[in-house]
Design a protein around this ligand. Structure first.
Ligand code: T3D
Length: 264
């Protein structure tokens, strides 16, 4: 029987999803993309799961689209509409992650290339091994960045650095990625998974609905003026102010005890 493309482990309320094509540096085939999206959606809807952690098996995190996949490889001789493939496979995965009902952590264990960079940056908290590198690589095969990279990179890095990375296609070390704000934190390889599990565990213990609403407000605010952002915060606060987790958080503070959050 073929190896599963995604390995799933549970660590209490944290679900770990591990891309499992190590010999190809976890390059994304159509099947892998579909299975990853199904896992993100399925586990995100499971009330016992309160955080997701995505990482890669072996020495790489994800080398982007599998360029040997018959679906995209020009070698098979059939004209391919890559936009159709992106619409059908990649965009649903990007949206499942961005709209995930629980917070997401990425542990970038090794090289991230092309859509693998977009996958990592699509998570809420991005930790990387200091052995990891980020390389867009789209320029070298005559394509534009995708998987949300054109939206994410200028926002995270500013236009000048984002364009330099995308146009020249140079590798960015994880250390530099942390320094320029592309990722949250860079760690020695032997500490990466422990730190990622710890971050995911902490997120799992916090009020999920407030965390996910914060992600959405941050994203929405990028296309808003200051006053509309103030109003959006106020509308969300109205909703959260009636939630169990707000009542519980305030009660726990007053009673000097740990809170027990449960809203989704
Ligand atoms: O097509 C569409 O649908 C549009 C969407 C596009 C989205 C994209 O992601 S486009 C970008 C695609 N990715 C790339 O262009 C990256 C290609 N890979 C590389 O540049 C290098 O492999 C890396 C920089 C990622 C790592 O280099 P290195 O020296 O550490 O490893 P390696 O020896 O090059 O690769 C190891 C194996 O993985 C190797 O297989 P082999 O020779 O041992 O049998 C290599 O062929 C395989 N591999 C790496 N990347 C891919 C891949 N196989 C298929 N597709 C890959 N993307």
């Amino acid at each position: 029987m073929a190896d599963p493309l995604i390995l799933v482990e549970r660590h209490e309320a944290v679900a770990v999803l591990r891309l499992n094509r190590p010999a190809q540096l976890n390059a994304l085939t159509a099947d892998l993309v579909v299975q990853l999206r199904e896992a993100v959606e399925g586990l995100g809807a499971d009330p016992s799961v309160r955080a997701l952690l995505i990482t890669g098996e072996g020495r790489g995190f994800c080398a982007g689209q599998d360029l040997s996949d018959a679906l995209v490889s020009p070698e098979t001789g059939k004209a391919k509409d890559l936009g159709h493939i992106i619409d059908h496979y990649h965009i649903p995965l990007c949206l499942a992650l961005r709209n995930c009902p629980v917070p997401t952590v990425c542990a970038v264990n090794g090289v991230a290339a092309g859509a693998g960079v977009s996958l990592a940056l699509g998570c809420d908290v991005v930790l990387a091994s200091d052995a990891a590198v980020f390389v867009l690589g789209f320029n070298k095969i005559g394509l534009v960045p995708d998987g949300g990279a054109t939206w994410l990179l200028p926002r995270l890095l500013g236009r000048a650095k984002a364009l330099e990375l995308a146009l020249l296609g140079d590798k960015l070390s994880a250390t530099d990625a942390e320094l320029c704000g592309l990722i949250s934190r860079c760690l020695p390889p032997e500490q990466l998974m422990q730190a990622a599990l710890q971050a995911a565990g902490r997120l799992a213990s916090l009020p999920t609905r407030a965390l996910v609403s914060t992600r959405k407000l941050f994203d929405d605010a990028m296309q808003m003026g200051f006053e509309p952002a103030l109003r959006a915060e106020s509308r969300q606060q109205s909703l959260l102010g009636f939630s169990h987790d707000y009542t519980e958080g305030v009660a726990a503070f007053q009673q000097k005890r740990p809170p027990q959050f449960r809203d989704r």
